[in-house]
Structure formats: structure tokens, C-alpha cells
Design a protein. Sequence first.
Length: 128
Amino acid sequence: MKFTVKTIIDATAQVIYTTWLSSKGHTAMTGADATITAVVGKKFTAWDGYISGTNLELIPHNKIIQSWRTTSFKDTDEDSKIEIVLHEIKGKTELTLTHSNIPKDGEDYKNGWEDYYFKPMKDYFSKK
């Protein structure tokens, strides 16, 4: 399964990119512990270890591609993949997230991106 979701964040693409790929920033914007760096090939965790993966491709301030899985995936499930594209428009950023290779009902993950990422990110960046 594959889906794409979009949102507008009141921050520059550079700030979102840098925050997403920083342990301290990712933790602050989601409200859950994350360990992550801006290095291709490095593994990361997010949401208190519920999410894990590897940075596959990073184009500064523009694109983040990561392998991605949760503790709900079966051991035999392949990693899914997320691609985040940041498009800045007048100081705000359109964030387009495509999530592919999802092994089970993707609606849960589609809603999860809105509830556990986009809403907390909007709150976090609106206060900066």
C-alpha cells in the first residue's frame, strides 16, 4: 500500500529539515523521544522507539527519504519507505509525505501522520 499526505507548516524548509534530522529537534516537535542524525546510512528511532529506520537519501532543505518500520511490523515484513519533500512558499513550507510498502492497513498510518506528526509539528513551529 502507498499513500501521500500534505500539510502546510509555518516554518522554512531549512528549519523543518534541520529539526526533523536532529535528535533534540525531532523529540521537541513530536513530544516523543527520538535519536536521529542528518547522515545518509545512519539508523534512527522515533516515538520512544516505536519507529525505526535508516536515512536513505538526504537533500538539504528539500528531501528526506528513510526506510521506516514500527514495532507493529512482523519480523518478516519488509521496511516501508517514507519520502518527505519540502517546498517553501513565502516563509511557510508545504510538506508532502509519501509512505510506501506498508505491510498492513495503511489508513492507520495515514491518520497517524496527521495526529502524531503534523498536528504536533504545527503547534511546535507556531510557537517558534
